[in-house]
Design a protein. Structure first.
Length: 220
């Protein structure tokens, strides 16, 4: 999957997959990380309960052939918050990038966000705009986030960050208590705690991730 021209960043990319994960989409998500000029030093995958046989076979094969992958299996579904909290502790780097198994990471996503954190030690969380696409009707929507001031104010009404576009400092997330088991609000509740603790958040007004609004292969 890698070539000699690629550069490795000290980043752990983390995702959680479950029974609804589609192999074809998962492969695209993985390729979008590993077919770039700058790639992560490790990819941590949490298998949250039962998964499709073809996804399991892929993971077993990739574990044997690619040491960049670290895969952990739960016997039963525990939920995204629990899975990410567990996975975060298994990451060996100080910088963590979230990604979803059905999204596409756009060119230089990791390098752009890593440089923001590297050059701005006061910033602990960095997100980006995203491109949303729907395979059913082929509509594409660029979802922009607000300025920092408006974003912080807007958090009192709704989530202002695109979770699959987030990169953060592991230490800061652990310091505020990491993810909680709060279904559908795992990231929103985490960001609210970060704001309360005055953890600095920055959003890049450029789309670095293409988010699939609905799968063309399933009705999840």
């Amino acid at each position: 999957m890698k070539n000699l021209n690629q550069k490795i960043l000290p980043i752990s990319c983390i995702c959680s997959i479950y029974e609804g994960t589609i192999l074809e989409e998962f492969l695209i998500a993985i390729d979008s990380l590993l077919l770039q000029e700058y790639i992560p030093s490790e990819i941590v995958v949490i298998v949250d309960g039962q998964i499709k046989l073809n996804v399991k076979n892929f993971l077993e094969k990739i574990i044997e052939s690619e040491n960049i992958f670290k895969v952990y299996f739960f016997n039963k579904n525990r939920g995204l918050g629990f899975a990410l909290k567990y996975g975060l502790l298994k990451c060996n780097t100080k910088i963590i990038a979230r990604f979803d198994s059905d999204d596409i990471n756009l060119e230089n996503r990791l390098k752009i966000q890593f440089d923001i954190l590297k050059n701005n030690p006061e910033i602990s969380i960095v997100g980006s705009d995203v491109i949303e696409f729907n395979n059913f009707d082929k509509k594409i929507l660029k979802k922009k986030m607000k300025s920092y001031k408006d974003m912080i104010r807007g958090f009192m009404k709704r989530n202002q960050l695109n979770h699959p576009s987030i990169m953060y400092r592991k230490k800061e997330i652990l310091n505020v208590g990491s993810y909680k088991d709060i279904k559908f609000f795992e990231d929103y509740e985490l960001w609210l705690r970060c704001i309360k603790k005055e953890v600095s958040i920055y959003n890049i007004n450029k789309a670095l991730v293409a988010m699939r609004r609905s799968s063309y292969l399933s009705n999840r």
